[in-house]
Design a protein around this ligand. Structure first.
Ligand SMILES: [Zn+2]
Length: 198
């Protein structure tokens, strides 16, 4: 990957899409150094492995695009709590965000709550997608329908105290048995084996 400015023209980019690949720390460092990116409207990083990286440059980028960024896709980035914690202060300032996805990352309930509590500025949010927190799973990697729907409803209620979510959903990792996810949204969609059991 090479998004280095180098000799490139300074035309601002509106969309940056780097998906399903690995990037290095020095690649990520460009995010905070490249003024060309500072008017981004869409940032798509789905499937980029971020587990081993320091996300401070991404936080700096998010701070720089807080007034322009409309969509952020960070599905399947292998992020953990420590990564999200770095981004929350910047995410909370992104007032134009209308679409965000964090599906398939490994977040705990406290950090997800922390994120949601800092989203009062997301008044334009249309579609928001979050991973089911790790506490929702049992020791075997399964999520019971009752527990999942109850915990998700609690998260949404808590969020309603600070703003009105339009379309919010939570999804589990792929079920180890059937390979489908359970999705809690406007409707609850259990994975195949849970549907069969009903
Ligand atoms: Zn299943």
């Amino acid at each position: 990957m090479d998004i280095a400015c180098g000799r490139c023209l300074m035309t601002p980019m509106e969309t940056l899409s780097i998906t399903y690949c690995d990037i290095s720390q020095s690649d990520l460092n460009y995010f905070s150094e490249c003024p060309k990116l500072f008017q981004l409207k869409h940032l798509d990083m789905k499937g980029v492995g971020l587990k081993a990286l320091d996300l401070t440059p991404l936080r700096v980028l998010l701070e720089n695009v807080a007034d322009t960024l409309q969509s952020l896709d960070m599905k399947c980035c292998k992020m953990k709590d420590s990564h999200l914690a770095v981004l929350i202060p910047a995410l909370s300032k992104c007032s134009q965000l209308a679409k965000v996805s964090f599906y398939c990352n490994d977040f705990s309930m406290p950090i997800l709550r922390n994120l949601l509590q800092h989203t009062a500025n997301w008044s334009k949010m249309n579609v928001e997608q979050y991973p089911a927190p790790l506490e929702y799973y049992d020791d075997f990697g399964y999520v019971s329908t009752e527990r999942f729907t109850q915990l998700c409803a609690e998260q949404v209620d808590r969020l309603r105290a600070i703003r009105r979510p339009k379309s919010i959903s939570f999804a589990t990792h792929m079920c180890p048995r059937c390979g489908e996810c359970c999705v809690y949204g406007r409707r609850f969609r259990p994975c195949l084996c849970q549907r069969r059991r009903q």
